[in-house]
Design a binder for this molecule. Sequence first.
Ligand SMILES: Cc1ncc(C[n+]2csc(CCOP(=O)(O)OP(=O)(O)O)c2C)c(N)n1
Ligand SMILES: [Mg+2]
Length: 672
Amino acid sequence: MDLTALRNANPEHWAKAAAIRTLTLDAVAAANSGHSGMPMGMADVATVLFEKHLKFDAANPQWPDRDRFILSAGHGSMLIYSLLYLTGSDEITLDQIKNFRQWGAKTAGHPENFLAAGIETTTGPLGQGIANSVGFAIAEASLRARFGKSLVDHYTYVIAGDGCLMEGVSQEAIALAGRQELGRLVVFWDNNNITIDGTVDLADRTNQVARFKASGWHVQEIDGHDPEAIDAAITAAKSTKKPSMIACKTHIAIGSSAQDTSKGHGALTDATLIADAKKAYGAPAGAFEVTDEVKTAWEEIGKRGAADKAAWDDRLAAQGEAKRNRFNRVIAGEAPKRLSATIRALKKQVSESAPKVATRKSSEMVLEVVNPMMVETIGGSADLTGSNNTKTGDLGIFDTDNRKGRYIHYGIREHGMAAAMNGMALHGGIRPYGGTFMCFTDYARPAMRLAALMKVPTVFVMTHDSIGLGEDGPTHQPVEHLAISRATPNTLVFRPADTVETAEAWELALTQQDTPSVLSLTRQGLPTVRTEHKTKNLTAQGAYILAEAEGKRQVILMATGSEVAIALEAREALQAEGIGTRVVSMPCMELFAQQDEAYRKRVLPAGPVRVGIEAAVRQGWDRWLLGERGRDAKAGFVGMDSFGASAPADVLYEKFGITAEGVVGKVKALLA
Ligand SMILES: Cc1ncc(C[n+]2csc(CCOP(=O)(O)OP(=O)(O)O)c2C)c(N)n1
Ligand SMILES: [Mg+2]
């Protein structure tokens, strides 16, 4: 392709865009890995966006009212690193660019949100970024409605590739954004017709323009290398009330011998190819070389938002004190001081009245007192509102005509919901929680994993958490989902036994800053096991002694959630036969693992027989059964080692042997 005409049409634009291209080529070559073609192809779009539209101030990259730029096609990470370096980030320096993909560098293979400001979300798993962006746009609309346009007034821009649009989650995201008329969301599709295996047609003939339109989007089609067309399209996109998709026809690896081929997707490291491409760009030949003129021009772009930022600071300062404090508090992600007292009051009340309720209902009872005081929560469900008990009286529905509403009907879109919630949490100012059946953790899983990796405190409300859901049968009965959730680093998995533990779990989930929570809640009613009020949050210790052995301690029963009541019943039977039995409630294994050795030893001393009880697979339990001073010959587990079945819950517990008698039998066999 002859680039001369493009270069001559707009030399200043061209030189700035070429800097992205050459930095990308050099960084990928130095790393001997990475993806050159996408940043080369999208450099024109990114340059126009940053130069003419994106509201940001490189000196204040965390400014709450900045526009958000999301690189959904995360493999093109050198695009965002180049932009950050060129505009004057003090974190993504030239040294970082030179250390692309190396140990300890902020320039990781794929962009990681916690490594540098300006990287708004972690992308790489295709489709996640575009799905996160829906949450960013919801957060903006919600906060704008509640705090006013003078404080919140920004756009969310996304670059998505063919891969992002092929991933199923993109459909969930597009449909939700269209339904909610998220007019501040602008998606650029890098329409280069290339993926790794070849041309897009190998696997897809979707008319993307028609697809977006069908979901209520405003769509434009442009030449992604024409700066004037890009500028005009962004201007038009900003003024519509619908979310916008701009289909940008581009050439992957433009100007190189790999242009328009799948070879151009990956690492272009050949020295001749790189030298030739630089020549075609009219760019300096040296590695990582950017002329002072071009660097200065980019730094000017980085300063473009400084006056806006200063004016915004003044507007924030001019707010009434209460509103300013509330804004600052929610942006900082700090729970209100009254949260603890509110939780304590509820605990006292329920430990006295000792209701028999399902923990999904307990969760609703907690939310009824928390939501009115914690204005940053946004709840929702993937079409299971009445089952997940996620909606409380005060919230109102988030909708096109009610942006103040704090409850979202996500539709039957678990993955899209989870990713959107992550987007809200990343945006800041919002504490999202959302529900579905525990079994459909699988459908939300990629975003749940990323919540943990990204260090955002999203709360996943997973109800119907075992065979205890009964008649709906094994398709709906989770058995392995606690294990996979617990296997995920930086995730708190709570399985509370009653309303008191549920209240404690919510308090912990809502005060996390860097860790997502999974609440595993029952469909079936459970007795209150914490009938003696304790002001202390015992769930914070992860596991604690719920009932002490009388006489010589021969047995420790450990259980979670619905099985704690079974453990207590088994203890009664064992104690009646003179077998001293301790019951340990273990609502959160991760928090117990974080306790000091002395505490863990107090709860799980060496000696007694140990039996774990949980209506799920054993995987994950052996640390508590065999480790921590336990011994193989003296440990057992009562739970599931197959899928469940369709029948009433009590019949299932009976048939699968998860009963007090089953536990007593297991204990006696171990004692014999
Ligand atoms: C969920 C997921 N599946 C697979 C991959 C591996 N992968 C990375 S890029 C890519 C092709 C993407 O094609 P496209 O978005 O068109 O990018 P381009 O080749 O145009 O740069 C694939 C399959 C991934 N990163 N994420
Ligand atoms: Mg492509």
